[in-house]
Design a protein around this ligand. Structure first.
Ligand code: 13P
Length: 250
């Protein structure tokens, strides 16, 4: 039985005052649960505040990105060990916004995945197709290639301590969610790709869905056997909505 996981990706949103308020509200709504893990990924600069405020809460946190390098003259970068130092458990790698807006390719994503694990952070590896790829029937093959690119570098055993997030690009921030059937099909496919290499790892791998997850569509997504939780963007900035999604995952 896989334990559900709901992760809030705040993206580049928020202010000091806004974060203080949101964390207070979240702590009011959410109590640690045996059945679901909950984490938030704020912008880097808010990690000290988040790590302080959530210390006793049972809620966990992570980053939205990391450097593939350990240390050195890499202006503007943040390393896995720095994130670990601030209590991060998770880091998102290969989000489609990093891939499309900041030019991260499969090799960068794989290097970041390995760097995360070397500091004992759990990478949340994002994969997903564009609308054009879906329309031309290439979604499953594309997602498979994105997974295999990381397996080739990190090895299949590394997926025992990782999370995969399926985020169809056309569903991100658009209000257009994949139907539960569409999401389940890709999730089952991802699990199948991993199972063909290591059935045990596939069984325990948590695969999250991301793309316009809201309080009113979370339950029908989570009802599917291969959907183990969600990576939530916009709705994670509204405490009541994020809490409702987390409750649906329990
Ligand atoms: P939205 O939930 O705002 O569509 O964002 C999804 C996402 O990109 C999470 O990483």
């Amino acid at each position: 039985m896989r334990r559900s996981l709901v992760v809030g990706n705040w993206k580049m949103m928020g202010s000091r005052a806004g974060v203080t308020k949101l964390l207070e509200e979240l702590k009011g709504y959410l109590v640690a649960s045996d059945r679901a893990s909950i984490a938030i990924c704020p912008p880097y600069v808010f990690l000290p505040q988040v790590s302080e405020d959530l210390r006793e809460s049972g809620l966990r946190w992570g980053s939205q990105n990391l450097s593939q390098y350990d240390e050195g003259a890499f202006t503007g970068e943040v390393s896995a060990s720095m994130l670990k130092d601030f209590g991060c458990d998770y880091t998102i790698v290969g989000h489609s916004e990093r891939r499309s807006l900041f030019g991260e390719g499969d090799a960068d994503v794989a290097a970041k995945f390995v760097a995360a694990q070397s500091a004992r952070l759990t990478p949340i590896l994002c994969v997903g197709e564009s609308l054009q790829q879906r329309d031309s029937g290439d979604a499953l093959e594309w997602v498979k290639q994105q997974i295999i690119a990381v397996v080739d570098v990190a090895g299949i055993d590394a997926f025992a301590d990782a999370v995969v997030a399926y985020e169809p690009i056309w569903a991100i921030g658009t209000g257009k969610t994949a139907t539960p059937e569409q999401a389940q099909q890709v999730h089952a496919h991802i699990r199948g790709v991993i199972a063909s290499l290591h059935p045990g790892v596939a069984d325990s791998l948590r695969i999250l869905y991301g793309g316009s997850v809201k309080a009113d569509n979370a339950s029908e997504l989570f009802a599917n056997p291969d959907i183990d939780g969600a990576l939530v963007g916009g709705a994670s900035l509204i405490a009541a909505d994020f809490a409702a999604i987390c409750r649906a995952a329990e």
